[in-house]
Design a protein around this ligand. Structure first.
Ligand code: NDP
Length: 298
């Protein structure tokens, strides 16, 4: 059976380090990291995510600001609010919870965030830095950055000689994940919905990252013995065994099957999910350090 990579434990380590570095910053510079989260509308899943982010920010000793705006908020209002926060020295990270209502252009809103406060790592400046390997000054998207820390627990920082396959090419997970793996010297293949012979391709992976959004699509026989499997997927499926109308979370990987082949595997829940919030805190802390003319905390 595969080693289970405990994302909750690794995330708790990251949060403990962030909390300690945050109190160091307060002692040295009298600065408290500030994270502003903006949510537009009443999407229930988004509300759960935003509440978790605000709660964790407070646990880390940050100032946590939450702006909950009505679903009919105009794009211009949202961009004006971001502009005010861009100039507010007490705010180090600005996060706009996606998805936004259809009448708002999410791309335009993300580009309105100052790159040095873009703790989600979605601004073109940060995307470009990651793409060109400028990792020392980039903000990297939290889910792939967290996935890399889990991979590091198994393989260390240098992935030379290892084949990595990333299934999914979204801007928030698949592409930045591929860039991070490449920066760590892995040989990277990115697969997507137009890829042929996906099972065979996956069987060539030493590190297999699933970011597809399709429940349990990646089967056990797609996993070579000993592979490290990182399951980014979070899918809610019906669970009649728990009672009428109940559901449960599953990943993009058929966990029980894959665990029979993998060397190490992340569970869902409890794998990549907790890392995303932890890395958001780490990015906000980094922003506060850089704004205080201190080097990036390690
Ligand atoms: P997107 O829907 O943006 O992207 C999905 C990707 O999967 C696309 O590139 C798509 O290909 C590819 N794909 C879809 N179907 C297939 C298929 N049959 N075969 C191969 N590739 C396929 O999703 P995200 O990247 O935003 O999210 C992926 C998953 O990760 C979701 O389950 C999401 O909930 C989860 N997630 C988890 C987070 C966490 O904190 N743990 C954070 C963010 C996301 P194409 O480009 O060709 O359409």
């Amino acid at each position: 059976m595969a080693e289970v990579i405990d994302g909750k434990a690794v995330a708790a380590d990251v949060i403990a380090k962030v909390t300690s570095a945050s109190s160091d910053l307060a002692a040295a510079k009298n600065v408290t990291p500030g994270l502003a989260v903006i949510i537009v509308g009443e999407d229930p899943a988004s509300q759960v995510y935003v509440a978790a982010k605000s709660r964790t920010a407070k646990e880390c000793g940050f100032n946590s600001l939450q702006h909950t705006l009505p679903a009919d908020t105009s794009e211009a209002y949202l961009i004006d609010l971001i502009d005010i926060m861009n100039h507010d020295r007490t705010i180090h990270g600005i996060l706009v919870q996606l998805p936004l209502p259809d009448h708002i252009d999410a791309g335009k809103v993300i580009q309105a965030i100052a790159p040095e406060k873009d703790v989600d790592g979605f601004h073109f400046v940060n995307v470009g830095k990651l793409g060109t390997g400028e990792l020392e000054t980039a903000f990297v998207p939290c889910t792939p950055a967290g996935s890399m820390l889990l991979i590091e627990r198994v393989h260390g920082k240098d992935l030379s000689g290892l084949n990595a396959v990333v299934v999914g090419r979204s801007n928030i997970v698949g592409k930045p994940m591929a860039n991070l793996l490449l920066a760590a010297n892995a040989t990277v293949t990115v697969a997507h919905s137009r890829t042929k012979n996906l099972p065979e391709l996956c069987r060539g992976a030493d590190i297999l990252v699933a970011a597809v959004g399709r429940p349990e699509m990646i089967r056990g026989e797609w996993v070579k013995p000993g592979t490290t499997v990182i399951d980014v997927g979070i899918n809610r499926v019906a669970a009649p065994e728990k009672g009428n109308g109940k559901n449960r979370l599953v990943g993009d990987v058929a966990y029980a099957e894959a665990a029979n082949h993998a060397g190490a595997i992340t569970p869902v829940p409890g794998g990549v999910g907790p890392m995303t919030i932890a890395l958001l805190m780490a990015n906000t802390l980094t922003s506060a350090y850089l704004a205080s003319n201190l080097p990036r905390p390690q």
